[in-house]
Design a protein around this ligand. Structure first.
Ligand code: KIV
Ligand code: ZN
Length: 385
């Protein structure tokens, strides 16, 4: 079965989320958890950007031994030297170098001609290759680049020694079917493509980062870049947990395997949320507080009879103990009875009908009925008798 590698960039692109700043200890804690989660590559940081980033990347390279550790560098000698200095002690180091290839970026940001960009890309890869065997090259803003120019850049960086070529949708502009076609066209037009791994790195500006990454999996890529809880620049990167569970749940459709230990997902998400201070929205797929919670009576009744009625994944697949039955105004008798049983509150059939009536009245006033409310309702019944 084809294997999709997970390249996690929580500590690099994720840390570029506005408002997120992690200290060295926190970064190491996250890196250790990512290792447990089974990611193939941890992008630990961008060492040229600050002494703190350099120190954190070095520490992770020294301590986290079972995962490839990547450091980001522009295609410039000072960046590449610094990246190598930070990761040279890693068990499996990778230099990740990049330059933008879209007309907009080349003209306005880099102020370079396409030929100059091409030359710089090759220079960066050659320099990185003189230090380490594993070199990833990213064409920033690839999805808004000319496909023939991009294929030419990739062909030449592969010749210069790149082992992974990455196709970023830097500004989250692509649409799934279009992106799949684009990736396929690049794979068809690039010389030496069979010698390297092809990767994508999708941003979420239009809410399509996961969909675009999955479309690229269908198109035949080998690596996806993503971040826990979808952290990253602006609207973020493709969410690791969504990609992992989509590929796991729809193995029938994608036919690929990954190294992700899905039972570590919930713990990883909570750790990243706590340390980054970026709270996960309750209705966030996979790791939101409500992702396995059922409120309406029909849904609760269905799940209590047979979980697969309203759950396509089991909560324990991501390391949660159980799904949550949330009692509220839409809940039915079955769910209330089950919750009373779980709390060992014994109520006769007759009393239950009255308790259920009181429950509905209370639920109209209060959004969520808690365990304490159930105890109180049961006690009121006893007192009234
Ligand atoms: O979004 C992007 O293009 C990036 C590259 C550096 C890979 O983060
Ligand atoms: Zn990015």
């Amino acid at each position: 079965m084809r294997r999709i590698e997970f390249f996690d960039t929580t500590l690099r692109d994720g840390e570029q989320s506005p408002g997120v700043a992690l200290n060295m200890e926190e970064k190491l804690q996250i890196a250790r958890q990512l290792e447990k989660l089974g990611v193939d590559v941890i992008e630990a940081g961008f060492p040229i950007t600050s002494p703190g980033d350099f120190e954190a990347v070095s520490l992770i390279a020294e301590k986290v031994r079972n995962t490839t550790i990547a450091a980001l560098a522009r295609a410039e000698s000072k960046d590449i030297e610094r990246a190598w200095e930070a990761i040279h002690i890693a068990e499996s180091p990778r230099i990740h170098t990049f330059i933008a290839t879209s007309p907009i970026h080349m003209q306005y940001k880099l102020r370079k001609t396409p030929d100059e960009v091409l030359e710089r890309a090759v220079y960066g890869v050659k320099l990185a290759k003189s230090k380490v065997s594993d070199v990833e090259f990213s064409a920033e803003d690839a999805s808004r680049s000319d496909v023939d120019f991009l294929a030419k850049v990739f062909s030449l960086v592969i010749k210069a020694g790149a082992t992974v070529i990455n196709i970023p949708d830097t500004v989250g502009y692509a649409m799934p079917a279009e992106f799949a076609q684009f990736v396929k066209a690049i794979m068809d037009k690039t010389d030496g493509i069979e010698k390297v791994k092809v990767s994508v790195h999708c941003h979420n500006d239009l809410g399509l980062a996961v969909a675009n990454s999955l479309a690229a999996v269908k198109a035949g890529i080998h690596q996806i870049e993503c971040a826990v809880n979808g952290l990253g620049e602006r609207a973020g990167n493709a969410a690791l947990e969504e990609l992992a569970m989509a590929l796991h749940t729809r193995k029938d459709l994608y036919g690929v395997e990954t190294g992700i230990i899905t039972r570590e997902i919930s713990r990883t998400s909570s750790l990243v949320s706590r340390l980054s201070g970026m709270r996960v929205q309750p209705n966030k797929a996979i790791v939101g507080k409500n992702a396995f919670a059922h409120e309406s009576g029909i849904h609760q009744d269905g799940v209590l009879k047979e979980r697969s009625t309203y759950e396509i994944m089991s909560p324990d697949a991501i390391g949660l103990d159980m799904n949550t039955i949330v009692l509220g105004k839409h809940s039915g008798r079955h769910a209330v009875k089950q919750s009373l049983d779980d709390l060992s509150i014994e109520v006769s059939e007759e009393r239950f009908e009255k308790l259920f009536e009181d429950f509905k009245i209370l639920a109209e006033k209060k959004k969520i009925i808690t365990e304490a409310d159930l105890y109180a309702l049961a006690e009121t019944q006893e007192a009234e008798e």
